[in-house]
Ligand binder design. Structure first.
Ligand SMILES: Nc1ncnc2c1ncn2[C@@H]1O[C@H](COP(=O)(O)OP(=O)(O)OP(=O)(O)O)[C@@H](O)[C@H]1O
Ligand SMILES: [Mg+2]
Length: 353
């Protein structure tokens, strides 16, 4: 590699390799290490087939680029590395000369995920704009209504008092909704501090067990090597609480909530218009409930999407906003056997960064 190109090569936000004439891997960039979860040292000078697999689309693309067309692009290829699935990607192979081929992978799920996460962020922003107005316009008359109901209640017979109790109860519910919507008004994580994610998971779990998730069994697999993330402990705890609450609400008595943390140094995501973002901290929250209803699955992160009689549909929208404010992402997998939410977060890099 020409010395001057090396920093550019290493900083490329998507996995890239140079494959030699004999099909051996001769150069590997940082993003490729992250995507394949194999170190550069282990891959260099070894045959590509050994990792990508005999007859795989990736190997196919290389052969085609070496022999025939100079540049080959294969879309939506399921890429495996060393026998492990590594996700879907668009595969591009371009002949460089001397039989060398530049192989680039454009991971699809990551690009899709970023797009979706940013989209939800916009949706949450528009709620934020509405929040301040709502809080102001609703809270004052609401206080008037419940105050009047209380006064009226004092002068009525027991039967009629039931009605004023309904007014007070419902006014309280509207008040709680206004508070919830108002949470969108606080933009950004506020003061950014190092946050130990195991501490916040622990706090959230204790709160859940004492209340809404008393009927659930918890199972944990924690990776003790996880460094702190950067942000607001309270907001990140809110994220975990919202996800635990949904899991508990969806799952009948005796259900299981599986909490798992993993540290994957080298996992990077491409942010549109920005450089790549390193998101090595992963938190997974999985339940064995009936899964998310198919008709709302694509919209669950949108505000006000709910399948519950008394749900506001703001829980996941807030999750997505807080994650975006922290430079992280959230994604979701759901089928009839259960639902898994995955949170990816960056590592704390010290003050002022
Ligand atoms: N773990 C889960 N299992 C099944 N369905 C889920 C799960 N998590 C979310 N959902 C579905 O996604 C919808 C949206 O969730 P969200 O948390 O945004 O709102 P909500 O829970 O309905 O209301 P709120 O959070 O205000 O109580 C839920 O109504 C539910 O249908
Ligand atoms: Mg919810």
């Amino acid at each position: 590699m020409r010395r001057s190109f090396e920093p550019i090569w290493l900083a490329l936000p998507f996995p890239a390799f140079v494959i030699g004439f004999e099909g051996e891997i001769s150069e590997v960039n940082d993003a490729a290490e992250g995507f394949c979860m194999v170190s550069r040292k282990q891959m260099q000078a070894r045959p590509l087939v050994q990792f990508a697999g005999e007859g795989s689309a990736v190997v196919d693309a290389i052969t085609q680029a070496q022999r025939g067309m100079r540049s080959v692009v294969l879309h939506d290829v399921k890429v495996g590395w060393g026998g492990q699935p590594r996700g879907e990607a668009n595969v591009q192979a371009t002949r460089l000369g001397d039989g060398e081929v530049l192989l680039m992978l454009h991971p699809r799920s990551i690009a899709d995920k970023m797009d979706r996460s940013l989209m939800h962020r916009t949706a949450a922003r528009s709620v934020a704009g509405m929040a301040a107005m709502l809080a102001h316009e609703i809270r004052n008359p609401l206080a008037g209504i419940s105050g009047a109901a209380q006064l009226l209640g004092g002068t009525l017979s027991a039967d009629d008092r039931e009605l004023t109790a309904v007014i007070e109860e419902e006014a309280k519910r509207i008040g709680a909704l206004v508070n919830r919507v108002e949470a969108f008004g606080d933009m950004g994580p506020g003061v950014v501090k190092p946050v130990n994610i195991h501490d916040i998971i622990d706090r959230a779990k204790r709160a859940a067990k004492a209340g809404f998730a008393a009927h659930m069994t918890f199972k944990d697999v924690f990776d003790p090597s996880i460094p702190p993330t950067a942000g607001s402990a309270d907001q990140l705890m809110q994220v975990i609480i919202n996800l635990l609450k949904n899991a508990a609400e969806a799952t009948p008595k005796g259900g299981i909530i599986m909490l798992k943390t993993t540290y994957r140094p080298g996992v990077k995501l491409m942010l549109p218009g920005k450089r790549s973002q390193s998101l090595p901290i992963e938190i997974s929250i999985k339940d064995n409930g009936p899964g998310i209803a198919a008709n709302i699955l694509d919209d669950i992160f949108e505000p006000f999407v709910s399948s519950k009689a008394s749900g506001t549909g703001l829980g996941l929208s807030l999750v997505s906003k807080i994650m975006a404010d922290h430079g992280g992402v959230v994604d979701c997998k759901s089928d009839a056997n259960g639902t898994e939410f995955r949170l990816l977060l960056p590592v704390w890099k010290g003050e002022g960064r």
